[in-house]
Design a protein around this ligand. Structure first.
Ligand code: PSV
Ligand code: MN
Length: 432
């Protein structure tokens, strides 16, 4: 385990020096443009700086498909090294001091050391993610045919106990939520009793809910297919909403952007969950066909903006109980995961700032008189504004990099880790 902290402030400041002149001038120009629209650019910089998003511990390793995996040099070999990579990401982008953990992938026998390791790197654990979608070595019963919704109560018991263990690990690490995604479902019609499985799931989740600390939230993550290809138990936001309602006020719904059928209007789902008081958080990623887990904002940036349009609207309206958690959940198969996670965090932050630019008084005026053209133009005026100088200025003032990718590449971090962390050659396929 290394105690050496990540990229030094002086290195980042040196990298910024050459780009500072251009940033100052772009920022001044954008400030004038926004002032003409009655917008104070400094208020937007503050907003950009207030944005927070969690990095998934499982995202810093190279992902794979079921066909294979092509590992990168210097991949982290344990949760301590994963946190070192998360620290590097946060030092460059300054919006990701939060990390989501996945158990048992991130298990360690020294939780105190892990908490210290995170703290020394300016990181906090936000959500614990349980894993009952694959079997672990030495596990008594198999999850091949399900977990929390399995027809056999003994398998359900094992899955419940695993979630309780995740809660107790999370408590020791200072986490604030548990995210439950189950792979339970059926590959063929008739394989699973549809109502029975959901009843079994709910009964299991009642025990998990009861064990979660009073100040925690329990996130329910729905997904329409995969690994089950005919049906899943928590298949959509309606089922997720129903389960959250049944469980109680600390249970809410988590929207993973890739967990819907193609062309589903995800921003509508977000708006509904806000209205019903059950939006808990997000797993951001992007996709073209299914749960592709591509970098956030890489395929459908306008959708991401429209989601944030709903989120910012709810925030400004002061919707009671509105405080969603923002997390990334991606699989990096062909890129350096550190680069993908930095770009993704910046893309989600970009959507947040663009959505903050929407002239809401004008929009609501156009909605009242049913002027569809001007309503859309109002949204597009915000979406097409290049807010990069705001994001870069926010990062730079917070000690981050004006151009995080350039700084990261210059740092030689990946090659250094390659030398420091030899020997990870797991090439088999898998979800992550
Ligand atoms: C399932 O596809 C999922 O989105 C869940 O969040 C899991 O915890 C994660 O991916 C595992 O890679
Ligand atoms: Mn997810």
């Amino acid at each position: 385990m290394t105690t050496q902290l990540c990229l030094a402030d002086t290195f980042i400041a040196d990298q910024n020096r050459a780009a500072q002149g251009a940033l100052r001038s772009d920022f001044a120009h954008l400030g004038e443009v926004l002032a003409r629209r009655g917008v104070d650019i400094e208020a937007l910089v503050e907003r950009a700086q207030s944005f927070r998003i969690a990095v998934p511990s499982w995202g810093v390793g190279t992902g794979g498909t079921r066909f294979g995996r092509f590992p990168l040099e210097g991949e982290p070999r344990d949760i301590f090294e994963k946190l070192d990579d998360c620290c590097t990401i946060n030092r460059l982008v300054r919006t990701t001091p939060l990390v989501s953990l996945h158990i048992p992938w991130d298990k360690t026998n020294d939780l105190g050391a892990l908490r210290r390791h995170a703290g020394e790197r300016g990181l906090t654990v936000d959500s614990m993610n349980s894993n009952t979608f694959e079997d672990q070595a030495g596990q008594a019963l198999s999850y091949k045919h399900g977990s929390l919704a399995h027809p056999d109560p003994a398998v359900r018991r094992q899955a419940i106990e695993h979630n309780l263990e995740c809660i107790s690990i999370g408590k020791a690490l200072g986490a604030s939520s548990l995210t439950v995604w189950i792979g339970d479902g059926g590959n063929f019609p008739g394989q699973m009793h549809v109502r029975g499985a959901l009843e079994a799931y709910l009964a299991s989740m009642r025990e998990v809910y009861a064990a979660a600390p009073a100040d925690w939230r329990l996130f329910i993550e729905h997904k329409l297919y995969e690994p089950a290809f005919y049906s899943t138990v928590v298949n959509d936001w309606g089922t997720s909403y129903w389960a959250a309602e049944q469980l109680g006020p600390r249970a809410c719904c988590l929207v993973d952007l890739g967990h819907h059928a193609p062309n589903v209007n995800v921003e509508m789902i977000v708006a509904r969950l806000i209205q019903f008081g059950k939006l808990g958080g997000f797993h951001f990623n992007d996709s073209k066909y299914g749960d592709d887990d591509l970098d956030a904002g890489s395929i459908k940036p306008f959708q991401l903006f429209l989601i944030f349009n709903e989120l910012v609207d709810a925030e400004l309206a002061g919707v009671p109980g509105f405080h969603p958690s923002y997390m990334l959940d991606q699989s990096h198969n062909v890129t350096d995961p550190i680069e993908s996670l930095m770009v993704s965090a910046m893309e989600v932050q970009r959507a947040f700032v663009q959505a903050s630019l929407v002239d809401r008084a004008a929009l609501s005026g156009f909605q009242r008189v049913c002027d569809a053209v001007m309503a859309l133009r109002t949204l597009k005026a915000a979406f097409t504004t290049d807010v990069e100088p705001i994001l870069a200025m926010g990062r730079c003032r917070a000690g981050g990099a004006i151009d995080p990718i350039a700084a990261y590449r210059t740092s030689g971090y990946r090659a250094a880790k390659g030398a420091e962390r030899p020997g990870v050659r797991r090439t088999a396929g898998g979800i992550v």
